[in-house]
Structures are given as structure tokens and as C-alpha cells.
Design a binder for this molecule. Sequence first.
Ligand SMILES: O=C(O)CCC(=O)C(=O)O
Ligand SMILES: [Fe+2]
Length: 339
Amino acid sequence: MGSLGPENIPVVDFSRFDTDLPSLAKEIKEICETWGFLYLKNHGLEQNKVDRMFNISETFFTTTPLEEKASTPWNSIYNAGYDAKTGTEKYMHENGAKDVVSSQDGKEVFVIRKHQSYDQPMPPALRRFNPEIQQFMAETHQKIAVRLLACLGVGLGLTRDRLPEIHKHESPSYTTLRLIYYPALQQADNAPIRLPSHTDQGVITILFQNQIAGLQVRPPKYTGKISEDEVWLDAPVIPGAVLINIGETMTFFSGGLMKSTLHRVARSPNAEDWGKDRYSMAYFCHPNQDTLLEVIQGIEGANKRETPVSCVTGRQVKTVKDWIEHRHSMGRQEAMVAK
Ligand SMILES: O=C(O)CCC(=O)C(=O)O
Ligand SMILES: [Fe+2]
């Protein structure tokens, strides 16, 4: 296994996709069963396109007046828009800790839907970049997500087209690009948690980071409820690689075979990063929104997983749309209780 050692998140060379899909698929499946996280290098998306998106994100967050950014606030129904300091990450996994985010943390977030799904209101300072952002989302989807989905499907014993065909870029879905800005911390600021522990909701997440570390991942040796003495792993930034993780929808699709692992963002472990702003971009890949949230037929060893009762409709969650509405609304209740 391409890795920095058994204690570290595995690194996978994705250039093998064209030459060696069966063994690549097997390797990735094993990693997703244990870690639920992996780095992909040689993923095919050019670095200059990633750098350009970080430029756009930095320009937007640091030069736009607050009222303009706040003119399109994040909305839990559409999962789109601007949020500062708290909010969108408040949906907890059943094993999630109630991590406290410092009130001094000036984190800002902007969530962007793909235009096929939602004609999203945007502040003018961001709207002017939207064609480029949409193009970036389409390329991330085709170059990384679709090929990875093919690979995950083959690893699970499906045909290589089975997962891509329910994740069409042209079809409405909850797929988003989440731009996050974590302003530099002061030396004396000991706020340890900047984004509380959570699992992601979609199928796969593709994370880009601007060279500043901070992400922490719960190692596979810990299961069940989080206890105080757990030591989480600092996920290093590997230049040119993207970090992939499995979301809850994939755990449903695979009947529990693929693991959605808890993670959070803390202060970087590297002292030289502390005076620097951190930017990340998470591409959350979701299936076509009418897809049923159930085990995909043909996966050996899959165990049916009960879906929750939706706190929005009071009925059991059936589709991916029900699932996302439920998760976002749970978040809202948490946020209201926390106030
Ligand atoms: O900022 C990061 O590195 C992680 C973001 C994340 O986990 C999320 O948005 O779900
Ligand atoms: Fe996440």
C-alpha cells in the first residue's frame, strides 16, 4: 500500500487508474473500509486551476465588505450561501463530540451549489467568478469524482459505470463546493478547535488545502463514542495531492462496508503556520437527488442499514433528498439549542 506507514493516512497514486484498475480498486476499497480517508496523487486536475480557485476565495473573503458577503446568508434548505463563525457544521454524527469552537474564531464559509441544481443568489463580488467556479466544479467532478466512483464501484464488485451513472454532473443534486477561510490565529490564541468533529453527508469529499495544515482525523483504532483521551492524527498537507474521504451516503450505499470517519479542524501543528491564513475547499459529491438511500444491489457482504426518521417529515428517510434535509435540520435545532 502506498503509504507513509501504517499509522498514517494512505497515499494512493491515481495514475494507475488507466493501467491497473482492478488492483487500484481493491487497494482503495481496503483503505475505505478502515480509514475512510486517503490522499490521491496524480489525480489529473491541474494545480494551476486549484491555485486559481484559492485566489478567487481569498479575494472574495478578504476584499468584500461584510454586508455584501452577508447579503446571501447560508440557508439550511438550499445548503448555499455565506456563514461566519458558527452554523453549517453543527450536524453531529451520533459519536461526535460537542467540540467548542472559540468565540474568537473568525472562520468564514461560502457554500456554492452547481447551477444545474439551484439558481443561487450570490453577492456581486462572487457572482463575477461563478462561471469559473462552475467550470472548476465540473472538472473536479469529471477528472476526480467520476473516476474515483468507478474505482469504488469496482472495489465493491459493481460494474465501473454503476456509481458514475447515479452521479451525473448534469443532474440536480446536493453537490457543493464549500469555500472556507480560517484567518490566522494570534500566537496567544489557544482556541484548539476551529471546525467541530463531524462526518460528511455525501458520497465522497475531495478536499483542497492551501498548504496550511489543521485537519485532524480520528484514527481507525477508535470506534464508538469519542472519549477525552483519544489522540487524533494531524493530516499533513501533501503538495499536489487531494485528500478524499467517504461520507455517510456512501456508508449507506455500501451497507456499512465503507466508513465515514470523524474529522475536525484544529490549529496547525506547525508553529510556522500560525501567523498564516488557512483556506480550504471541500467538494462534496452527492448522487442525483432522487436516488434511494439504500444498499446498492450486487455488493457482497453489505448489511442493510436502517435510515433515520426525518425530523422534517416525521417519516423514515427514503431518498437522498430526505436525508440531506434531515441532516441540515438537525443542525439547525442544535444551533438553536446552543444559543
Ligand atoms: O477545512 C477543512 O480542512 C475541512 C473541512 C470539512 O471537513 C468540511 O467542510 O466538512
Ligand atoms: Fe468534513
